[in-house]
Ligand binder design. Structure first.
Ligand SMILES: [Zn+2]
Length: 294
């Protein structure tokens, strides 16, 4: 909470998941291998993408940045993903719905006018079918989607009180069909078209509109790594296979951590990284990176 007391509330919340089919990964594999066979390569490529993203943000993609916090997690199958909070200079804080519409969308693009963007949005930014259409979906808690999908149709973007903006999701007849399911604008996860096209992976961009979102965002940032106790029993072949799988996952996490070793010196107990920038010296070379125990 000391961070929020000092910087007020974060302005943007980004979630990016590694794409195992990035060309940089595929070009590094031997014939017959998949990304899950070489999780160290996945971690390495993801680290380079992360650096490119932070450079874009530091150079003012969303406005003058005064600080950002990020944490990197690894999914069960080994893919890394990053949660990133961005704090903007007060004069660059996002308040205007027209500006939001120019930067962030929660709609299906036209497949005729924007075929490439349509392909990326339908590939990465569609929330799985849930609600009454699929009550068994993983996101369902007590009969409701924990992510609040499907969203209501809205003709325009508005501010919700002390929460996220309510993005425009017009009922314009656009439908994406996949495996017999039909997805409208109600199922689109908010995205920035430039960043989605550039990074070619799941890339969720949310605007944090009020202090009420701090608790929710902090839960993502500070929830810490998963822990598990494993008892190995059964046939020797099964034991060897299990040990191999665990070794792969641990190896990938260690690779991810070692790539961040410059930050890890004062973060032995945490994967959370905080960067702070002096407002009047915004050139990259003059950024002051301060470590902070979290
Ligand atoms: Zn859902």
């Amino acid at each position: 909470m000391a961070i929020y007391r000092y910087f007020y509330k974060p302005d943007l919340f980004l979630t990016i998941i590694a794409n195992p089919k990035w060309p940089e990964i595929l070009h590094s594999l031997f014939p017959g291998q998949t990304a899950t066979d070489c999780l160290d390569i996945v971690s390495w490529v993801f680290e380079q993408k992360k650096k490119a993203l932070l450079k874009l943000i530091d150079n003012g993609f969303f406005g003058t940045t005064i600080a950002h916090i990020h944490t990197i997690e690894f999914q069960k199958r080994g893919l890394p993903h990053i949660h990133l909070l961005i704090f903007l200079y007060s004069q660059d804080r996002i308040r205007d719905p027209h500006y939001i519409n120019s930067m962030i969308s929660a709609q299906l693009p036209s497949p005729q006018l924007q075929p490439l963007l349509y392909a990326k949005v339908t590939k990465y930014m569609i929330h799985g079918l849930c609600g009454a259409d699929n009550p068994q979906a993983k996101c369902m808690v007590n009969g409701k989607c924990s992510k609040h999908f499907p969203k209501k149709y809205r003709e325009r973007t508005d501010w919700a009180k002390d929460s996220y903006p309510l993005y425009a999701r017009p009922d314009n007849g656009l439908v994406f069909e996949c495996n017999g399911a039909r997805f409208t604008n109600q199922y689109v996860v908010s995205y920035c078209s430039q960043l989605l096209l550039f990074f070619d992976c799941h890339f969720n961009v949310e605007i944090s509109a009020g202090l009420g979102t701090v608790k929710y965002l902090s839960k993502y940032i500070y929830k810490g790594p998963d822990r598990a106790t494993i008892e190995i029993s059964g046939r020797m072949q099964d034991k060897i296979r299990l040990i191999w799988m665990v070794t792969l996952l641990v190896q990938q996490k260690l690779t991810g951590r070692s790539l961040n070793s410059i930050y890890m010196e004062s973060h032995q107990q945490s994967n959370v990284f905080l960067s702070i920038f002096p407002i009047n010296t915004m050139s990259t070379s003059m950024h002051t990176r301060l470590s902070m125990k979290c």
